[in-house]
Design a binder for this molecule. Structure first.
Ligand code: DC
Length: 231
């Protein structure tokens, strides 16, 4: 008798920056054979396009008017995720401090969120139909994008730990300045009107302050496996 393949599992991982979301999500997806989607990269990509096209980002109606213009394609292999805008590889350019400082303003515009949310749902739906499953990381995945996800995880960490990790990634950036920038971006992302950064009521909260990345990965893998066996 053939053993049935495990059903596609949809995992939402949310939380502020510097909590280990991306590293955890990629590793969990790779370990469990799931696809992976970095939704922050999509907001960064649309921001990059707007900067490149001279859109006035201080004017939400100007941003809204062009929210559907750029073609954003995300590659969902966790060992080599990709992102292109109108066919151009923007994996590097979307990580500049200019894009980082502007992404919260662009991602607060409801027309941008509607457009990117639709894209995210269609990627998750394809992964489910293919029987593969997916780990989707972001800020509003459990609350808004995929409220029916099989598992929702909300990662947190102290502001000090988050800033230390981010400045390590930015190779020697000043920890204090990084902490201030992080706090500012989190405040903007948490206070916007449309689908702010928030923990879903049914999400499992994991405080990563005193955990190694490996421990966080193991914790989330266990949560996914428990979910799979309970269904
Ligand atoms: O995860 P990140 O730092 O690359 O995300 C960049 C920005 O994108 C973040 O400051 C807020 C926005 N974002 C969002 O509004 N909703 C998401 N689901 C993911 C990111």
């Amino acid at each position: 008798m053939e053993t049935a393949a495990p059903a596609a599992v949809i995992v939402a991982i949310d939380g502020p920056s510097g909590t280990g979301k991306s590293s955890t999500s990629k590793a969990v997806a790779a370990q469990l054979g799931l696809s992976y989607l970095d939704t922050g990269a999509q907001y960064r990509a649309i921001t990059w396009w707007m900067v490149n096209n001279g859109i006035d980002l201080t004017d939400p109606s100007a941003v809204a008017a062009v929210a559907g213009k750029a073609e954003i394609i995300s590659g969902t292999d966790p060992s080599a995720p990709t992102i292109t805008v109108d066919g151009t590889d923007v994996a590097g350019p979307i990580r500049t401090s200019e894009v980082t400082s502007k992404v919260s303003a662009v991602s607060a515009v409801p027309e941008v969120r509607a457009r990117i949310t639709e894209l995210q749902r269609s990627i998750a739906a394809s992964a489910a139909v293919d029987g593969v499953g997916i780990v989707v990381e972001g800020r509003d995945i459990g609350t808004t994008v995929l409220p029916d996800a099989d598992l929702k995880v909300f990662l947190t960490a102290s502001p000090e730990a988050r800033a230390a990790r981010r400045s390590g990634e930015l190779k020697g950036a000043d920890v204090k300045a990084t902490q201030e920038a992080l706090i500012k971006r989190d405040a903007a992302d948490s206070s916007r009107k449309t689908s702010p950064l928030a923990k879903a009521g049914d999400a499992v909260e994991v405080d990563t302050t005193d955990l190694t990345l490996q421990q966080v990965i193991e914790c989330v893998v266990t949560l996914v496996e428990e979910k799979r066996t309970s269904e």
